[in-house]
Ligand binder design. Structure first.
Ligand code: HEC
Ligand code: HEC
Length: 226
C-alpha cells in the first residue's frame, strides 16, 4: 500500500491510492479512507512506514531482539543483509531450522526485508546469562577469538574486532547467547560431515574446532558488549 500525505489548508491528510492535484490544490481521494493527523505525518511512498508485525518474532527473540539464554539468537544490530539472506534461506529450506523454517515460509519477501531492517536498527544490551562461565573459560575464548589456535584462525580475523561483524558475509557474533553459539557451531560441524566444506567458510572453520574451543568461544562471545 502506498500512503501519501498532503498538506492542504494547514491540515495534513493521509490518503490511500492515487490523488489528483488540479488548480488550487484540489485533492481528489480515489481510494478509501482519509485520515487527519493532528501533529505529525509519516511520509512514505512504499517506504518504511509500512507496518510490519514484529510481535511474532519478539515473543522468542526478545522485545528488542536481544535474544534469550535458551539459545535464541540476538537480532538487534545484526547486519540487515545477513538477516535478509538468513530468512530467505530458512524460507527456501536451504538453511536447516525446525523452528525458523515454518515461520519464514509464511513471510513474504517484502516482510522479510522489513523485519531484517527493523531488527538491524534495534539497540539492546546483551541478554544476561543464567549462569556465568568461569573466568578461565572466558579468557581462553578471548585468546581464541583474538589470536586463534594451531587448528583455527582468529575468529575476529573474519568477524572483525570484538566480533562486531563485517558486512553481509561476516555476521556479528558479539553478545550472542552462549547456547546459540554452541548450537550453531554444532550445526556447521554437522554440515561439514555431509560434504567437504569450501575453504574459508564457517563450515570449514567449525569442522576444525573441538568441544573445548566451542565452549570457550561461546563463553567469551556471550559476555562481550554488543
Ligand atoms: C518459537 C521461537 C521463535 C520465533 C517465534 C522466531 N524465532 Fe527466529 N530463531 C529462533 C531460534 C531458536 C533460532 C536459532 C535456531 C536456528 O538458527 O535455526 C532463530 C534464528 C533466527 C535467525 C537467524 C539468526 C542468525 O544470526 O543466524 C533470524 C534472522 C531469525 N530467527 C529471525 C526471526 C524473525 C524475523 C521472526 C519473526 C517473523 C522470528 N525469528 C521468530 C526462534 C524463534
Ligand atoms: C575464515 C573466516 C571465518 C573465521 C576465521 C571464523 N568465522 Fe565464523 N563465520 C564466517 C562466515 C562467512 C559466517 C556466515 C556463515 C553463514 O551464515 O552461513 C560465520 C558465521 C558464524 C556464526 C553464526 C552467526 C550467526 O549469527 O548465525 C558463528 C556463531 C561463528 N561464525 C563463530 C565463529 C567463531 C567462534 C570463530 C572462531 C573460532 C569463527 N566464527 C571464525 C567466517 C568465519
Amino acid at each position: 500500500m502506498t500512503a501519501v500525505a498532503v498538506t492542504t489548508a494547514g491540515k495534513r491528510m493521509m490518503t490511500t491510492g492515487s490523488l489528483l492535484l488540479a488548480g488550487r490544490a484540489t485533492v481528489r481521494i480515489v481510494a478509501a479512507a482519509s485520515v487527519f493527523l493532528a501533529s505529525h505525518t509519516t511520509f512514505a511512498l512504499g517506504g518504511p512506514a509500512a507496518q510490519v508485525d514484529t510481535s511474532r518474532c519478539t515473543v522468542c527473540h526478545g522485545i528488542h531482539g536481544e535474544g534469550s539464554p535458551g539459545g535464541v539468537p540476538r537480532l538487534a544490530g545484526q547486519n540487515a543483509e545477513y538477516m535478509n539472506h538468513a530468512l530467505g534461506m530458512f524460507k527456501a529450506g536451504t538453511r536447516a531450522g525446525p523452528i525458523m523454517q515454518p515461520i519464514a515460509r509464511n513471510l513474504s519477501d517484502m516482510e522479510i526485508r522489513q523485519l531484517a531492517d527493523y531488527f538491524s536498527n534495534q539497540r539492546a544490551p546483551r541478554v544476561e546469562m543464567a549462569a556465568s562461565a568461569s573466568p578461565q573459560l572466558v579468557l581462553a575464548g578471548k585468546q581464541l577469538a583474538e589470536r586463534g589456535a594451531v587448528n583455527v584462525a582468529a575468529c575476529f580475523s573474519c568477524h572483525a574486532a570484538q566480533g562486531k561483524g563485517n558486512g553481509a558475509r561476516f555476521p556479528s557474533i558479539a553478545a550472542e547467547p552462549a547456547q546459540f553459539v554452541i548450537n550453531r557451531l554444532h550445526e556447521f560441524q554437522a554440515r561439514a560431515q555431509g560434504k567437504i566444506p569450501e575453504p574459508g567458510t564457517m563450515t570449514a572453520v567449525a569442522a576444525t574446532l573441538d568441544e573445548n574451543q566451542i565452549a570457550e568461544a561461546a563463553a567469551y562471545l556471550s559476555q562481550l558488549g554488543p
